[in-house]
Design a protein around this ligand. Structure first.
Ligand SMILES: Cc1cc2nc3c(=O)[nH]c(=O)nc-3n(C[C@H](O)[C@H](O)[C@H](O)COP(=O)(O)OP(=O)(O)OC[C@H]3O[C@@H](n4cnc5c(N)ncnc54)[C@H](O)[C@@H]3O)c2cc1C
Length: 389
């Protein structure tokens, strides 16, 4: 007999897990279908930065709500652990972006985010190991840091299961069933399941999953190399940093390692299932050359390991949290290499949109699917340009 659910979530990455948590909290009978195992997609390779500096206010609002209501209050709000480490965060800006940096920080302060513009001299006082002569200003967020994306996913799912959700792993969705112009369920490698609501949270596979419902989502894949370096023993404390002057980001990884990656070397359009553990040939060399310009002590470091992750990316490099045009079929995809930190509030808001017709946690209507068809791509008020070159 076909099992029936109030809602089906396709994909058990952090986005699907957040959706499942919020659906189950509202008392819905939810099934999360995962073709492999939890966090086996983009989420399992996420760098986990939790920062609030964006050039699009809607993204800052999503991260702020995620930080305030979830990451900073995980045990009480969700239960379990998300591994949040409050290291502080710095956005180091190019000199020509000073006005934009100031504009974005002012917008973020209006949202309620604890952020300010600090001078290069202030950066040096905070982090004496940094060279600070290639920039004048940075934004500094003392509350931000990083979290563990796999832990976050699993604790969302544990809590959802506690509230009655069913997680079915090794279960690939192979068909989306419709009748009378509405979704009625899915076909999977473990049989058919019925539901009037199906959400596509299939990460880099979301374009294919949407096509099963006849919906064409403008998604390609984005493949990103991440290095783990041994922390030089003499290096003092460092925060999480996005450094636009050297096109890199980095952060501590526990007490022994530094996680670092570039912003301008990602491959586009690989097959979602393409082999994903070979970094681009110049990755490490270029990364180290860049990092030593900020932290000379990196010379004393050594490579620990590299991993390669893949996410789905949209033409404006912003997510889609939206109805799809097909009644009952929703999109939570295209998180564009930046959707971990926003997933708690994005999940809450999309569940509100689906069940109540209006998102209350954060207004996610800017992330509607129709923006692509209408040529209304998202752009920040004080835009820095695309995050990923
Ligand atoms: C290397 C890397 C570093 C990143 N760093 C950061 C960061 O520092 N901060 C930040 O905020 N964001 C970061 N991101 C982005 C963030 O991690 C992703 O946006 C987020 O994890 C995507 O989650 P997801 O649940 O949408 O997708 P995924 O984690 O990819 O989950 C999708 C799931 O769907 C499953 N699936 C696919 N097809 C089917 C099917 N047909 N049937 C059933 N299941 C299916 C897959 O197996 C997968 O488990 C990074 C991403 C990468 C790759």
């Amino acid at each position: 007999m076909t099992q029936t659910y109030d809602t089906i979530v396709i994909g058990a990455g952090v986005m699907g897990a957040s959706l499942a948590f919020h659906f189950a909290e509202r008392g819905l009978k939810v099934a999360v279908l995962e073709r492999k195992v939890t966090a086996s997609g983009a989420t399992g390779h996420s760098s986990g930065l939790v920062r609030m500096h964006y050039d699009l206010a809607a993204e800052s609002e999503l991260t702020f709500a995620s930080y305030k209501n979830y990451f900073n209050n995980w045990k009480e709000r969700v239960g379990g652990d998300c591994g949040f480490m409050q290291t502080g965060f710095m956005q180091i800006a190019k000199r020509e972006h000073e006005d934009k940096l100031r504009g974005n920080v002012a917008n973020q302060q209006r949202i309620g985010i604890n952020t300010s513009v600090i001078s290069a001299a202030d950066v040096k006082k905070l982090i004496p190991d940094f060279i600070t002569d290639q920039f004048d200003f940075a934004a500094y967020e003392p509350d931000s840091g990083y979290a563990d994306a796999t832990l976050t996913t699993n604790s969302f799912l544990e809590s959802a299961k506690h509230n009655g959700a069913k997680l079915i792993q090794n279960c690939e969705v192979t068909a989306i069933h419709t009748a009378g112009g509405k979704v009625i369920g899915v076909g999977t490698t473990q049989g058919d399941l019925a539901s009037p609501i199906v959400v596509n949270a299939a990460g880099p596979w979301a374009k294919h999953v949407a096509s099963l419902a006849g919906v064409d989502v403008p998604l390609e894949t984005w493949t990103h190399d991440v290095a783990f370096l041994h922390r030089p023993p003499s290096l003092g404390k460092i925060p999480a940093v996005i450094d636009d002057t050297i096109n890199c980001y980095f952060r501590p990884e526990g007490s022994a390692l530094i996680l670092a990656a570039g912003e301008d070397e990602s491959l586009r359009g690989e097959a979602p299932d393409a082999e994903d553990q070979t970094p681009t040939p110049t990755f490490v060399e270029k990364l180290i050359d860049s990092l030593v310009r900020r932290i000379p002590k990196i010379e004393e470091s050594g490579l620990h390991s590299i991993h390669v992750g893949r996410d789905g990316i949209t033409p404006d490099q912003r997510a889609i949290y939206s109805a799809s045009g097909l009644d009952g079929f929703y999109l939570a995809c295209g998180l564009s290499g930046t959707g971990f930190k926003t997933s708690p509030a994005a999940g809450a808001s999309l569940v509100e949109l689906i069940l109540d017709g209006v998102p209350k946690t954060v207004d996610i209507t800017p992330f509607r699917f129709e923006r692509f068809a209408n040529g209304q791509l998202l752009e920040g008020e004080y835009g820095y340009g695309n995050i990923w070159k």
